[in-house]
Design a protein. Sequence first.
Length: 150
Amino acid sequence: MAITELQGRGVILSDDELSNIEAFFSLKSNKIRRPPYFNPDLLRLISYVIFGVGIFISVVIYVTARPPMEHPFGYNPLHTKTFLRELELYGGKGNIMAAQFREWFSGLWQGKDLSYTIASITVIISIILRYMGSRKHTDPDKNWVNPTES
């Protein structure tokens, strides 16, 4: 198709150039594309750094965290039966579940719970990077095309 377009525009090409163009397009269509290659040693190093920094930050937050503030009303309305009944009356069970989820999720980002959240996220990211770094790709497949080379 590209050769037809070039010939239609009156571009004169040698046989070597035509064969190079044909080889390029036939090579691209038969190759399998993979995600970019990452150096496994670098991924393992990044996982160690992320783990160390994340755990250090979570320990600092745990040590310096203040006790949770008291609710402005003196009690939490979600812990009273009348408030839960009113929530259910106006929005059903889904409203109660949404309010409890919202309270739980907002609690993850305050005080000592924040340190647990950061430590959990750190461990998950570190494990993922460590797993990616443990898989050596020393002999890529013959059908692999590096997207940065074209």
